[in-house]
Design a protein around this ligand. Structure first.
Ligand code: FAD
Length: 428
């Protein structure tokens, strides 16, 4: 009997061949004009001319299609794999209104990007401006901001705490969504067009940032968020209790076969769904997501929840885990039902693994390292028109300012790059 359990790195959407790409491109109605862009383009946070690149694919002009994508989004290949397209470009496709399947924009974007990577690193070199800009963090927002600033002629250096660029894209994206490392060639393209990288540089002290402030005209913070928030219930320290980020990173390594029979996931966002779907692919027979509220309040995309249910994930709605049980390692969880039956008796479920997917900490170390930043809860406050923080030399985008996707990080980074350029020119 063949197993119906999907493979850990089995792609949800395999790549198109040329024939499929042309066929799909011909389904596009190429709606929209320069004055009134097509709904798919409006829905793309990076502002890619979607009908334009799809037309180019239809005409067999792969390089033109790639250039149209990368003109707006230096992480166009990565976004083709990881974007929540059903709620962005594909969700906005006019074919939905006549009850037809929307054009598979993400697969077409992947097709054009894959064909283009060999030629991507061929940028036009601009005259370098005297102004130098520092970017802290080589995740999607830092990379996209650096790309835009170099295109505008600035000298840009990225300081990254880790040994490689990519941020969460390198470690946190579910392996069935991003099996290939699309971001590698994209980073190479940035290096070729003159972005400087300084790895192993975790900048966390006041002294670190004073040095940057003296050397650079402006500083972009693309630092994302910090570690997973800790589960605050008795038993959280037991072996077998994981944070979502180390769990996904371990699964992405590809050499993990946990012997667990049941996995309890705590959380309500897309990360919780990713963990649960990875659990299914790791062949854990019983995978349950615990969420304290009703399904309609879940932050995860509904289409992802539905796919998870089809794959066999159970949902315990309006239920909370009040204790993790076990002597030195997890054996179960004590839970309580919420809502109308709030006074119900606690119940116990067996569990060998518990993964907490309740969000990440903010980068609190920046409070003392940089003067004058303001926060709204976990989010660094910026001017939405310019990305400028309350300290005018600093700009920010991405998860640090409340973003939740790679393409939002790209969008915010482009706004900040324009804001930096205007501010540097005004202050010169
Ligand atoms: C589990 C999970 C799954 C996800 N899946 C998807 C998905 O499928 N699709 C999608 O679009 N988005 C997804 N996201 C969200 C996406 O990964 C983020 O929105 C995006 O990576 C944010 O980019 P960023 O540059 O703001 O931050 P990050 O990606 O976090 O990058 C920040 C970088 O800054 C560096 N850094 C931090 N502090 C310092 C310092 N003091 N000095 C130097 N360097 C520093 C870090 O090492 C890191 O490289 C997922 C997120 C998670 C947690």
């Amino acid at each position: 009997m063949t197993s119906t359990i999907p493979k850990l790195d089995g792609e949800i959407k395999p790549p198109f061949n040329e024939e499929q790409a042309r066929y799909e491109a011909e389904r596009c109605l190429t709606c929209g004009t320069k004055e009134v862009p097509a709904p798919c383009q409006v829905a793309c946070p990076a502002g890619i001319d979607v009908p334009g690149f799809i037309s180019a694919i239809g005409a067999g002009q792969w390089n033109t299609a790639r250039d149209i994508i990368f003109a707006e989004n230096p992480l166009g290949g990565t976004c083709a794999l990881v974007c929540p397209a059903p709620v962005l470009c594909e969700g906005a496709c006019v074919l939905n209104h006549i009850e037809l399947r929307p054009v598979e924009v993400a697969c077409l974007q992947r097709f054009a990007s894959d064909h283009g990577f060999a030629n991507l690193a061929n940028p036009v070199r601009h005259e370098r401006s005297k102004s130098k800009i520092a970017v802290v963090g080589a995740g999607p927002s830092g990379l996209a901001c650096a790309s835009d600033l170099v295109d505008r002629g600035y000298q840009v250096t990225i300081y990254e705490a880790e040994t490689e660029a990519g941020g969460l894209v390198r470690t946190a994206i579910a392996p069935y969504r991003q099996p290939t490392r699309a971001i590698g060639p994209e980073i190479q393209a940035l290096m070729t067009k003159g972005v400087q990288f300084e790895f192993n540089q975790a900048l966390t002290t006041r002294e670190d940032f004073q040095q940057l402030e003296a050397q650079y005209s402006a500083i972009f913070l693309g630092v994302g968020l910090g570690a997973d928030m800790a589960l605050d219930v008795p038993g959280h320290q037991l072996a077998g209790v994981w944070g979502a980020l180390p769990f996904i990173e371990r699964a992405r390594s590809g050499n993990w076969t946990p012997s667990a029979r049941s996995l309890v996931v705590i959380g309500a966002g897309n990360t919780a769904i990713d963990v649960a779907r990875i659990g299914i692919r790791l062949r854990i027979p019983d995978v349950a997501v615990f969420y304290r509220r009703i399904p309609q309040r879940m932050k995860a995309y509904d289409y992802e929840v539905q796919e998870a249910i089809l794959e066999g994930v159970h949902f315990q709605w309006q239920a909370i885990v009040v204790e993790v049980l076990g002597s030195w390692r997890v054996q179960g969880v004590r839970c309580r039902q919420m809502g109308p039956v709030e006074d119900s008796m606690p119940f116990v479920l067996n569990a060998d693994l518990v993964v907490s997917a309740i969000g990440q900490e903010r980068r609190a170390e920046l409070d003392t390292a940089i003067q004058g930043l303001t926060w709204d809860g976990h989010q660094l406050v910026v001017d939405p028109e310019t990305g400028q923080t309350a300290n005018p030399q600093y700009f920010a985008a991405g998860d640090a300012i409340g973003g939740t996707t790679v393409v939002e990080a790209v969008r915010g980074a482009k706004i900040a790059a324009r804001g930096i350029s205007q501010w540097v020119r005004r202050s010169a």
